[in-house]
Design a protein around this ligand. Structure first.
Ligand code: GLA
Length: 385
């Protein structure tokens, strides 16, 4: 995907001088491993081809200023005032990264102000991490313009801290890692305990398969209560089981968990423990038998999110069922849940057919028409110009 037409010119019009560079970072979809990241567990997301772009240059003012091609009003924060800064709206995800770099101890006392103009093709509120795409794009921009020399994991941590501390969404680190570490035709296996990453080949083209995202258009937001309450249930379950994180439990511990936990907490715990196991199974199955063999794991993950973690919605369940009836290999909710998108793995020849069936099924049930898009596992954050 190339730099959006008009971004560089738009920057020049807004700030009166051309940018010195353009940087970008992608959204992500998660193949498997949901609500495992903040439990120190395993995730297997991939970066998608939709990206968020930053045209930027250093200014002479000590102020970081952001605007977007969609909303050209400038939002700004003085670097010297980052300690007291309060953030609101979309610009908080961008300016929050400057705050997070400061809050995590990087010396910005000599950092110059920066002007940024943002453009994005990542759909908002679809569960494709438009927020992490924005944070990661700003993080690579500031890292270069401020010559911080930070590695990608440090930038992912800054993005997560922006989301947690500046926005107030208690999310894990999966989305930022996917956006920063993505590679074409690969998923990123992240172990959230060690923060080690490994690129896992997907070999989609060779297998004649495609990945589709079915956006229910039911809006989700992680600063709302559902995500936080799931996280609290996981922490409660870990405490009761006497472990620091649910990652420290295995399937063999579930009998004890069932005996000592209330039914709801047990089901939350069972989702996380079995989901970690499914991530490992998926990685092994991809290596031994290719993507055509992971369908059962995707479906088991969806059932676990629907029945045990209770984060699906009828629109997403219908999309998964319809995808399977239309010949998909597997399908599941992707992302935080409570709306957002499903991801389906299917023969590339079935994309058109599946799209039509998903639209018809939604219409029959009186649901909003889902937006269906082919996603291509793509390269992570980069400097484009
Ligand atoms: C959101 C969060 C992630 C992760 C997923 C669920 O996308 O931002 O950190 O917890 O939900 O897997």
């Amino acid at each position: 995907m190339t730099i959006p037409p008009g971004l560089v010119e738009g920057f020049t019009t807004l700030y009166g001088t051309p940018p010195t560079g353009v940087w970008s970072a992608p959204g992500r979809a998660n193949l498997i491993g949901e609500h495992t990241d903040y439990n120190n567990g395993l995730v297997l997301p991939f970066a998608i081809d939709d990206r968020t772009w930053c045209a930027a240059r250093v200014n002479g003012t000590g102020v970081v200023s952001v605007a977007s091609t969609a909303q050209p009003t400038r939002h700004a924060v003085a670097i010297a005032d980052l300690d007291q800064a309060r953030f609101e709206g979309w610009s908080g995800y961008a300016l929050g990264v400057a705050w997070a770099l400061h809050a995590s101890g990087h010396d910005l006392s000599r950092a110059p102000g920066v002007d940024i103009l943002i453009d994005s093709t990542v759909p908002l509120g679809a569960g494709l991490s438009s927020s992490a795409a924005l944070e990661s794009a700003v993080a690579v921009t500031l890292n270069d313009l401020w010559e911080l020399g930070l590695d990608r994991m440090a930038l992912a941590k800054a993005g997560q801290l922006a989301e947690n501390g500046a926005i107030g969404a208690p999310t894990g680190i999966m989305d930022q890692v996917a956006s920063l570490f993505g590679q074409a035709d690969h998923a990123v296996l992240l172990d959230c305990a060690s923060l080690s990453t490994r690129a896992v080949p997907l070999s989609l083209e060779r297998s004649g398969l495609a990945l589709l995202v079915i956006d229910s258009t039911v809006k989700h937001a992680h600063a709302d209560g559902g995500y936080a309450s799931r996280r609290e249930a996981c922490e409660k379950g870990a405490r009761a089981m006497g472990v620091p994180f649910l990652r420290d439990l295995t399937v063999a511990d579930l009998a004890k968990a069932e005996a000592i936990l209330d039914d709801e907490t047990f089901r939350r715990v069972r989702h996380v423990v079995t989901e970690n196991a499914r991530v490992l199974d998926t990685v092994e199955t991809l290596a031994s038998s290719g993507p055509e063999a992971i369908g059962e794991l995707l479906l088991a993950s969806h059932a676990s999110m629907r029945d045990d973690f209770e984060i699906s919605v009828p629109e997403i369940d219908l999309a998964v069922e319809t995808a399977m009836e239309a010949g998909a290999v597997g399908a599941r909710l992707t992302g935080g849940g409570f709306g957002g998108s499903a991801v389906a793995l299917l023969p590339a020849t079935q994309v058109h057919n599946l799209t039509e069936l998903v639209h018809a099924a939604a219409s029959d049930r009186g649901f909003a028409t889902p937006a269906v898009l082919i996603v291509t596992p793509s390269e992570g954050a980069r400097r484009d110009q």
